[in-house]
Design a protein around this ligand. Structure first.
Ligand SMILES: [Zn+2]
Ligand SMILES: [Zn+2]
Length: 216
């Protein structure tokens, strides 16, 4: 089991990266990504710290930890330069904080994020047909989330992705220890969003391919 969306003390999480990794490891996860919130004010320091942490994480550990970032509440034209910056630094998993129904996200965030070099569009809210097609065309994963509030549009995201053959990912978006839920509970989030078990299994296969690609 995998979760490619987790926060630490580097942004608004309650735990340091090691604690996050150990909590996920204890629940049987095989790989996670550390993806703290970033904009121009902190991207350099977050990338440096996360990359250093991941480099030092034991290679023989039962859990892989990938360096990631979540570009959050940017003026939408900044997704392109900041995604390129993070990629050049060596960040593997680039998430954009999408148009969730529970925060005032700037209009056109989904679209401009999908035009940048990102891997995952998190909680894309009431994503349009046009943006879902763009995600499909660019091979960017649309996120189904366990996060309270952001999860209100999970069913819409699933049905859009099915309609336009966009890739989905099931993520945890954890901030505190109680958000770090078991693989079974994360699976349940997928079922509640309208996915069949076979579809969830397929999502995990694609996630595994992504991790393999990023890790090699
Ligand atoms: Zn957050
Ligand atoms: Zn997040």
């Amino acid at each position: 089991m995998y979760n490619l969306h987790a926060h630490t003390f580097l942004s608004d999480g309650d735990l340091i990266a090691s604690e996050v990794a150990v909590h996920y490891q204890a629940l049987g996860y095989k790989a996670i990504a550390i993806t703290d919130h970033a904009d121009y004010s902190n991207i350099k320091s977050i990338c440096k710290a996360t990359l250093e942490f991941c480099r030092k994480w034991p290679k023989d550990s039962s859990i892989k930890v990938l360096p990631g970032i979540e570009l959050t509440h940017l003026p939408p034209e900044q997704f392109k330069p900041l995604a390129s910056f993070a990629r050049r630094m060596g960040i593997k998993i680039i998430i954009a904080h999408g148009e969730t129904p529970v925060e005032p996200v700037i209009k056109e965030t989904n679209k401009l994020a999908l035009l940048a070099d990102i891997d995952i569009l998190a909680h894309p809210g009431p994503i349009t047909d046009e943006d879902t097609k763009l995600a499909a065309k660019r091979g960017i994963f649309l996120e189904v989330t366990s996060r309270h509030g952001h999860n209100e549009t999970n069913r819409h995201v699933v049905s859009q992705a099915k309609k336009f053959s966009a890739k989905l990912i099931l993520n945890n978006d954890s901030h505190s220890p109680e958000d770090i839920i078991s693989p079974d509970r994360l699976n349940r989030v997928g079922l509640d969003a309208g996915l069949a078990q076979a579809e969830i299994d397929n999502i995990y296969k694609k996630t595994q391919d992504l991790i393999f690609k990023k890790n090699s």
